[in-house]
Unconditional design. Structure first.
Lengths: 318, 343
């Protein structure tokens, strides 16, 4: 008899339950406009969640995304305030993201620092750089309209944000499932030595993965700057937590080698929907972390229970 | 010279000294660095080397050092505890609330220690029996505890009549030494003794360096791990009590997002002191020196007019340098030999 794998069904089940609860609790929940709204505000979470997915699959972690996001955000706001054209801003943001990613990747691969410590140091350094760049306070002023249109605009009657989310997940899914690079990401996460023996350039894959993560963080920074219209050096704090939450709920193993973009998508939707529901239900914002925290613990306990019971058949574990 | 050699006991023989030097390579390096900073500091700031400032520095260091020693146990077994900042908050809140409501200090302290113990126990049990990554577990418990603090206090600070006896713990002196420094010294000595002279200490080491071997040599790996988390939370509790006793009021800080705050300083101190996040490496003295280095820099920087952002920048670089030095990888050129283990 084939056993149903709870870990694979759990995120989807959670999503369904959430939608049902939402529909019961609030009339305004089950409307296209509310869903569009949820997705519209899910762009940043989706981006950093996808980036973290790549990093977690190779068995790493990236704590620096919040700070990279903030740095890209203040730089793009500064450029927008000085009326620099959009392509140039985009170029600068991409450059920031890729540079941070390369630095993270090199520290981890060439200098053999644990990902946790390397990205932690990077998190402090980039946050400090952000504050130094703005001089402490936010950068305010009027940005030109085209800059705001990055997020506020519409294409074929659909908000840009929804297009970004769709595009990001589509591209990420294609890369992970349909390219050689994607398979290498899984191979390195599943067992680095084995992957190396099969000729995978493990260090290159790792560096690329951190570049993807930092690039997506920098792009979210641009979107945040466009959304709020100022350069806020405090933005993006604890975003690494959000990204990890998304991935953990989406069933991506922190040990590497497991999980997929579908999980990230469901995880993003669950997290954003919980936030939306808690706001609709007027739950105290201070209490919201408790709810999400308990949810992460319960989900990951269920998943880890199943994984270990499977593994226990093979090796006796300590 | 011959007479001097004969006077010196065997413990100082050349062979012993080389072994000793190798074992404490990291500690000696940091100690030298601290000496250099002390030497240079007198040219940078006239205030730094005054007795008053040095005592103040030691007091500031004590809070971090105590938390760092707790963190050291957890990092030694290959775990990590991101929840100590939140533990400090919970402890501070509970102790102030109890004292404001008239609970005597003698009752309050055991209760608060029990709270800390429970936090550590929960962390440890979920990590070991729930088989989850310590990073995720403690990040979540941190989030939950911060939520509890914010919901209970509504984000406002709590103050009121705090017994003098309690305030003496934080602000008092024994002789000319501040009480927190004395507490730090006692705890460091105790931790040093435990690590050097007891089976429990040995088991912490072996669990961190090879838990399979530890298991087969009769160590209850799970129990040792849970103990490490409990110790970490207890040390954080003591640190929290001392800092609350200094101010006499509780202030919930909401600005600490992610992995910042107290836990970050503690982890940095442990890692700068020569420990590895992979576990099985590091020493109590190294941790103490790491905390001291951290304390010295955060005391010295404002004195010589370095802004807090640049301080953070420099601290980030110091962490990087420390891990670079203690990581075995060669910076350039040949790769490290790989011994059948994923990098």
């Amino acid at each position: 008899m084939k056993k149903i794998e709870i870990s694979k069904q759990l995120p989807v089940a959670m999503l369904v339950v959430l939608i049902i609860i939402g529909a019961q609790l609030s009339d305004s929940f089950f409307r296209v406009s509310n869903f569009a709204n949820i997705i519209q505000y899910a762009v940043e979470s989706a981006f950093i969640g996808i980036g973290m997915t790549f990093v977690l699959i190779v068995g790493g972690i990236d704590l620096s995304i919040g700070s990279v996001l903030a740095f890209a955000s203040v730089v793009s706001a500064k450029m927008a305030l000085e009326n620099v054209s959009l392509p140039l801003i985009l170029l600068a943001v991409i450059a920031i993201g890729l540079t941070c990613g390369v630095v993270n990747g090199l520290l981890i691969t060439k200098f053999r620092i644990e990902p946790f410590m390397a990205t932690l140091a990077m998190m402090m350094i980039m946050r400090a750089a952000t504050f130094l760049f703005t001089g402490g306070g936010p950068l305010t002023g009027t940005v030109y309209d085209g800059f705001k249109q990055i997020i506020k605009g519409k294409l074929f009657g659909v908000q840009n944000g929804i297009w970004y989310v769709a595009a990001a997940f589509l591209v990420a899914a294609l890369i992970l499932n349909r390219t050689r690079f994607g398979r290498h990401v899984y191979a390195v996460g599943g067992g680095e030595e084995t992957a190396k023996l099969f000729g995978v350039n493990a260090e290159g894959v790792k560096i690329a993965v951190y570049m993807i993560s930092a690039l997506l963080a920098a792009l979210s920074g641009l979107l945040i700057a466009a959304r709020i219209g100022i350069g806020e050096p405090r933005s993006g704090q604890s975003y690494e937590m959000t990204a990890i939450t998304i991935c953990v709920i989406g069933g991506i193993s922190m040990a590497g080698g497991k999980g997929g973009i579908v999980g990230t998508f469901v995880g993003t939707m669950v997290v954003c929907m919980i936030n939306n529901l808690m706001n609709l239900m007027n739950i105290n914002t201070d209490a919201q972390p408790i709810v999400t925290g308990v949810m992460i613990l319960v989900t990951s306990l269920i998943v880890s229970r199943e994984v270990t019971s499977k593994r226990r058949l093979l090796v006796k574990e300590i | 010279m011959a007479t001097l050699k004969s006077i010196l006991p065997k413990a100082f023989s050349k062979k012993r000294l080389t072994i000793w030097g190798k074992e404490y390579k990291n500690e000696i390096a940091i100690a030298l660095l601290i000496v250099v900073i002390f030497f240079v500091s007198q040219f940078l700031s006239p205030v730094f080397l005054t007795p008053n400032n040095l005592l103040n520095l030691l007091r500031q260091t004590a809070y971090t050092a105590i938390a760092a020693i707790g963190m050291y146990f957890v990092i030694l077994i290959g775990g990590i505890d991101l929840s100590i900042g939140a533990t400090v908050q919970i402890v501070g809140m509970v102790s102030i609330i109890m004292m404001v409501r008239g609970v005597p200090v003698g009752v309050m302290i055991p209760v608060v220690l029990a709270v800390g113990l429970t936090v550590g126990l929960v962390n440890g049990l979920i990590v070991t029996y729930g088989r989850l990554q310590p990073f995720v577990v403690t990040l979540v418990t941190k989030q939950i505890m911060q939520g509890i603090v914010l919901v209970t206090t509504g984000g406002a600070s709590i103050s009121g009549d705090v017994p003098d006896a309690f305030m003496k713990i934080g602000a008092g002196y024994i002789g000319f030494v501040p009480v927190p420094v004395v507490v730090m010294a006692i705890l460091v000595a105790a931790a040093f003794f435990v690590m050097k002279k007891t089976t429990f200490g040995r088991r912490l080491y072996i669990t961190g360096s090879n838990q399979t071997a530890a298991h087969y040599s009769g160590t209850n790996v799970r129990r040792i791990k849970v103990m490490a988390y409990i110790l970490c939370a207890l040390f954080a509790t003591v640190s929290g009590l001392l800092s609350v006793a200094r101010i006499g009021a509780f202030q919930p800080t909401t600005t600490h997002g992610g992995a910042t705050g107290m836990e970050l300083n503690a982890i940095a101190a442990v890692v700068v002191g020569g420990a590895s996040l992979a576990g099985g490496k590091g020493s109590v003295i190294g941790t103490l020196l790491g905390a001291l280095l951290y304390g010295i820099l955060s005391n010295l920087f404002p004195l010589i007019g370095v802004t807090s952002y640049i301080q953070q920048l420099i601290q980030g670089f110091i962490i990087l340098m420390a891990v670079l030095i203690s990581s075995k990888g060669k910076l350039f050129g040949k790769k490290r030999k790989e011994v059948g283990k994923d990098g």
